[in-house]
Ligand binder design. Structure first.
Ligand code: DGP
Length: 112
């Protein structure tokens, strides 16, 4: 499968790692949209949040249990935003489930 995030997880493409465990991998976004912008992805290839189901929901629960640890590692003591884009209308460019962690400054009140 030709997936850039699978290649990053496998170490075939270099990345600035923030966190790694048996279930997920977190790294800095190559095109930051806030002072601090990281991504966290499941190691399992799940195409988007629209593909979350009972069979893989534990992976997502794990990621959300880890996000506060990633935020702490990134120094996001003032708060942060977690975003996932889905499909064409959601402007998802990489078809491997990922959560954006944005912070390090006061973010826009606009969500869309
Ligand atoms: P989205 O538009 O929600 O699919 O976000 C995909 C993000 O992935 C986008 O913010 C840029 C980031 N990205 C794409 N390719 C790479 C890469 O090779 N390395 C890193 N670190 N980030 C990437």
């Amino acid at each position: 499968m030709d997936c850039i995030f699978c290649a990053i997880i496998n170490g075939e493409i270099p990345s600035s790692k923030v966190w790694e465990d048996e279930v997920c991998y977190s790294f800095l976004d190559i095109n930051p949209q806030a002072k601090v912008h990281a991504l966290v992805v499941p190691k399992e290839h799940i195409p988007s949040a629209d593909a979350i189901c009972e069979d893989n929901a534990a992976v997502v629960a794990h990621i959300f249990a880890v996000i506060p640890k990633i935020a702490e590692a990134l120094g996001l003591s003032g708060g942060y935003r977690v975003v996932t884009n889905i499909g064409e209308d959601g402007c998802q460019s990489v078809k491997h489930l990922h959560f954006h962690i944005l912070g390090g400054e006061k973010l826009s009140e606009n969500m869309a």
